[in-house]
Design a protein around this ligand. Structure first.
Ligand code: PCA
Length: 221
């Protein structure tokens, strides 16, 4: 089993991005719940024009069975498992190359949205059971994270790879200097442990061919 973990470079004037700090901490690591699966971390540029080519290169190079894309979501207070990626780029701040696309499709002519192919409800339940606050999020925004999530799902349609996106809170070092009202943060070690637990849940599902233990009995995931 190969797991691709992506994280983003810092953006918006920051010098850290928790998604990359977590991904790189887990690159090449082994722990019991991984059962020998390999974890490869790849950093993606926070640049609309470069993120999807970099993602595609990583998919081609590593041919993963599971992809968990990570991103920073300032203001979120838990591990945010994203349900859906939408076909729009609508930036509120410039990306790292200064681009500010407004109401532009991620992929012209593509479907309006893609659902995550991760077992999102089981993932949230498995995180909570291990003590990590987590929730399903209904929007990954309209910035580069959503673009990458959409491009990821688009690239893997019909390939049987389990893929999706999870947003992370800020790191304490970032929150301490954040302008405006104070924002929640998680220490890096806690974020790393949470993502380790997420990968354990995803692997167990993948290996056992389980359907999502959807609360309420729906069939979407
Ligand atoms: N967060 C941004 C882009 C990169 C990141 O880590 C987002 O939520 O779109």
């Amino acid at each position: 089993m190969r797991i691709l973990l992506t994280g983003f470079e810092p953006f918006g004037g920051q010098s850290l991005n928790p998604s990359w700090e977590v991904a790189r901490a887990l690159h090449g690591q082994q722990w019991p719940a991984l059962q020998g699966a390999q974890v490869v971390a790849v950093q993606l540029p926070c640049v609309f024009a470069q993120a999807l080519p970099a993602l595609q290169q990583a998919l081609t190079q590593h041919t993963p069975d599971i992809v968990l894309a990570l991103g920073q979501a300032e203001g979120r207070c838990d591990l945010s498992v994203e349900r859906v990626a939408i076909n729009v780029m609508d930036a509120r701040i410039p990306d790292n190359a200064g681009a500010l696309p407004i109401d532009v499709p991620v992929i012209a002519g593509g479907p309006a949205a893609y659902f995550s192919t991760l077992p999102i409800k089981s993932l949230v339940a498995g995180l909570k059971a291990a003590g990590f606050p987590a929730s399903v999020s209904q929007t990954a925004g309209t910035f580069v994270c959503n673009q990458v999530f959409y491009g990821l799902q688009h690239a893997l349609v019909g390939q049987g790879v389990h893929s999706g996106f999870m947003h992370l809170p800020l790191l304490p070092e970032q929150a301490a200097h954040w302008p405006g009202p104070s924002l929640p943060s998680w220490p890096l070690a806690l974020q790393v442990a949470g993502v380790q637990q997420a990968l354990a849940v995803l692997l167990a599902h993948r290996q056992q061919g389980l359907a999502d233990a959807a609360i309420g009995g729906g069939t979407l995931n």
